[in-house]
Design a binder for this molecule. Structure first.
Ligand code: HEC
Length: 147
């Protein structure tokens, strides 16, 4: 499987869609808000805050997989780290360590694909895939996102 998120991060220095840095950060945070919204639906169902619904869980998982295929190149334009500007938590280390980010992005893509397989099969099945998925988020945040 090809992970566009990885290709995008590797290709980041050669940009074609780069706009003003603030717009880039807003778009990047919007991307992660979408990731968070779909993760939130799944986590809410697992915790019983939202009633488990197979179709809704499948949609959230499908959306996450779709998001792992989004080409992030323009969202990681050089000069948009938390060392360059305010109001972003993207650490400069991202731009210094693309192989490391690639590793975390790959773990996210794999976990999302696993969730896509299980999300619609039942609450227990969906919940069983949630730990790995949440761990993939944390794995990147702990290393590449400011607190
Ligand atoms: C490959 C790295 C990586 C992975 C994997 C990742 N994130 Fe993030 N995430 C980031 C970075 C970097 C930021 C900071 C973006 C910024 O502030 O410019 C962020 C920010 C966020 C935000 C805050 C967005 C905002 O409002 O500013 C949320 C919510 C979020 N991530 C959720 C998730 C969830 C949920 C997952 C897993 C399903 C996940 N992320 C996986 C790197 C990652």
């Amino acid at each position: 499987m090809r992970y566009a998120i990885i290709a995008a991060l590797i290709a980041a220095p050669t940009l074609s869609l780069a706009g003003p840095a603030e717009d880039t950060v807003a778009a990047r945070q919007g991307y992660f808000k979408l990731v968070g919204a779909n993760m939130g639906a799944l986590a809410g169902m697992a915790k019983g805050k939202i009633e488990y619904d197979a179709a809704a869980a499948q949609t959230a998982a499908d959306n996450l997989v779709t998001l792992t295929k989004y080409d992030l190149t323009h969202l990681f334009a050089p000069g948009t780290s938390s060392s360059d500007m305010k109001d972003t938590r993207a650490l400069a280390k991202i731009w210094d360590d693309f192989p490391g980010v690639q590793d975390k992005a790959g773990a996210f893509a794999s976990a999302a694909a696993e969730m896509q397989t299980l999300a619609g099969q039942g609450k227990a099945e969906m919940t069983s895939a949630l730990g790995t998925l949440g761990g993939a988020c944390k794995g990147c945040h702990d290393n590449y996102r400011a607190d």
